[in-house]
Design a protein around this ligand. Structure first.
Ligand code: MD3
Ligand code: FE
Length: 219
């Protein structure tokens, strides 16, 4: 089978590969590629109702990455702290509903990685442009860490940093490219991670932007 793939795919086309990034973390290279334009159109529709905004951390710093959400619950930060809320504070309205295509992709990817029956209720949409970054952190605002998180990368590539359960643990660097999907479960679910400063560039579908969707069962 490997040799058939070898004849059908060039040495540099990594579509269809899966790679274990850590304990319970599975990278599905290019898994979202067939849906990329559909996913980007849905992001545009979400942003028309719940605009991208740069949120403030509890310490008073403005994040460089712009964010919005869809689904029952959305992730927020402000001077009061990090949390999920069912209302968008910018509009006073519920977050836009989770598109079916997000649900189906997350569910399928999670199942491929060994987490059958994943039903996310929150999707954070991160928008990067050159010069923006996300410093090393853990995702700890969800009610039950037993559920995986599915992340989908679109547009400009980024260097993702992936450490361990302690902030001081050594960090690996992984290139995340347009169409890549990662399922974070097991011990990796609570590992430190971040995104290095985005390099300048232009992507045919997103221009100067990188989008990352993180699908979670938050509540
Ligand atoms: C590892 N987003 O939204 S995606 C985040 O590219 C976040 O925008 C990054 O970290 C981004 O919280 C990284 C990969 C990712 C997402 C969630 C994780 C890795 C994770 C949760 C636990 C462990
Ligand atoms: Fe995170």
């Amino acid at each position: 089978m490997a040799y058939i793939r070898g004849t059908m795919q060039s040495l540099f086309d990594r579509r269809g590969e899966t790679e274990a990034l850590g304990p319970g973390a599975t990278l599905l290279r290019g898994r979202a590629l067939p849906l990329a334009t559909t996913l980007l159109a849905e992001i545009e529709k979400i942003a028309a109702r719940a605009p991208f905004r740069r949120m403030k951390t509890p310490g008073g710093f403005e994040m460089s990455v712009a964010m919005t959400n869809c689904g029952t619950a959305g992730w927020l930060t402000d001077r009061k702290g990090y949390r999920y809320d069912t209302t968008d504070p910018e509009t006073g309205q519920p977050w836009p509903p989770m598109p079916e295509v997000f649900l189906a992709l997350a569910r399928g990817a999670a199942a491929e990685a060994g987490h059958a029956g994943f039903v996310p209720d929150a999707c954070l949409v991160n928008r990067y442009e050159p010069g923006t970054r996300l410093s090393l952190h853990q995702d700890r605002d969800e009610a039950d860490y037993g559920h995986p998180i599915v992340s989908i990368s679109l547009g400009l590539p980024a260097t993702f940093q992936f450490g361990g359960s302690k902030r001081s643990d050594p960090v690996r660097r992984v290139a995340l490219e347009h169409g890549d999907v990662v399922v974070w479960g097991g011990p990796s679910r609570l590992f430190h991670h971040g995104v290095l400063v985005l390099k300048a560039g232009a992507h045919a579908l997103t221009g100067r932007h990188r989008f990352n969707l993180t699908l979670r069962k938050a509540l």
